[in-house]
Design a binder for this molecule. Structure first.
Ligand code: NAP
Length: 245
């Protein structure tokens, strides 16, 4: 039987939205948490809001493999092992390919794909040694369908879906579980990563109007983590009732 109580969980991208809600949910359930993101003030405030939790934070940019490794090392130093890595950091710039937003494309690939790979690379050695562990990654509905203006973002989420399935097949013999969380629209700050003002406003309105709450997605993450070690919840697709695909 696998439960959340006392599990050592690392949350990357914990400073807002889904990562923040998942941190709160897992803290409530008695997990031991190490959380990271770039905005230190937000991480600090989150930790301070959970005075009864076993939780620490450190700043890390997921595009920097050494900073990601330092987060995993911090968890190992503190607790001796890692049960779960939640690769949740992501951005969602938008625009048709014809706009040639090449710097944005690079940043989206670096964060949404390399950030996930940096997490996997950092944590796999310890999980293989343990012969146990779970890597959970936030993909998206956009990992299943493509929409105009979202080609690059969708491409990163399709890539992450392939990577996580490859991980599942490669590491199942080592008792390492691979879980993809694929939400539809969620009411978070993600629209702030859209540089074009009109598209940003349109997306914010959609998020506010019909989006899931971050806590809905946190509940899905908690479920996947809580299942027995013999169960690999390989993907959860969670959509707002009024929209999706
Ligand atoms: N909201 C939606 O509709 C939706 C739907 C499907 C999937 N998702 C996915 O859900 C995940 C979380 O997004 P959210 O909706 O919760 O939005 P959010 O509130 O903007 O949260 C994004 C998180 O990622 C972190 N992050 C971004 N770039 C980072 C970097 N280079 N290094 C470390 N952390 C970084 C941010 O922290 P810092 O800025 O402090 O670094 C923040 O904690 C993303 O992967 C997103 O693609 C969202």
């Amino acid at each position: 039987m696998s439960t959340i109580q006392d599990k050592v969980v690392i949350v990357m991208g914990a400073s807002s939205g889904i990562g923040e809600a998942t941190t709160k949910k897992l803290a409530q359930e008695g997990a031991k948490l190490v959380i990271a993101a770039r905005r230190e003030d937000r991480l600090k405030a989150l930790v301070e809001s959970l005075p009864n939790a076993d939780i620490s934070y450190a700043v890390a940019d997921v595009t920097n493999k050494d900073e990601v490794q330092a987060i995993v090392d911090l968890a190992v130093e503190k607790y001796g092992h890692v049960d779960v890595l939640f690769n949740n950091a992501g951005i969602m710039p938008q625009g048709p390919l014809s706009e040639k937003r090449i710097d944005e494309w690079q940043q989206t690939l670096d964060i949404n794909i390399m950030g996930v790979l940096n997490g996997i690379a950092a944590v796999l050695p310890i999980m293989k040694k343990q012969q146990s562990g779970q890597i959970v990654t936030t993909a998206s509905e956009a990992g299943h369908v493509v929409f105009p203006g979202g080609a690059v973002y969708c491409g990163t989420k399709f890539a992450v879906r392939a990577i996580m399935e490859g991980l599942r097949q490669e590491e199942r013999e080592n008792n390492i579980r691979s879980t993809l969380i694929s939400p539809g629209t969620v009411d978070t700050e993600l629209h702030l990563t859209i540089n074009d003002p009109e598209r940003r406003e349109w997306t914010e309105n959609l998020q506010r109007a019909i989006g899931l709450q971050s806590s809905d997605v946190a509940d899905a993450v908690a479920y996947a983590i809580s299942t027995p070690e013999t169960v690999n919840v390989s993907e959860i697709i969670i959509l707002p009732t009024k929209k999706g695909f």
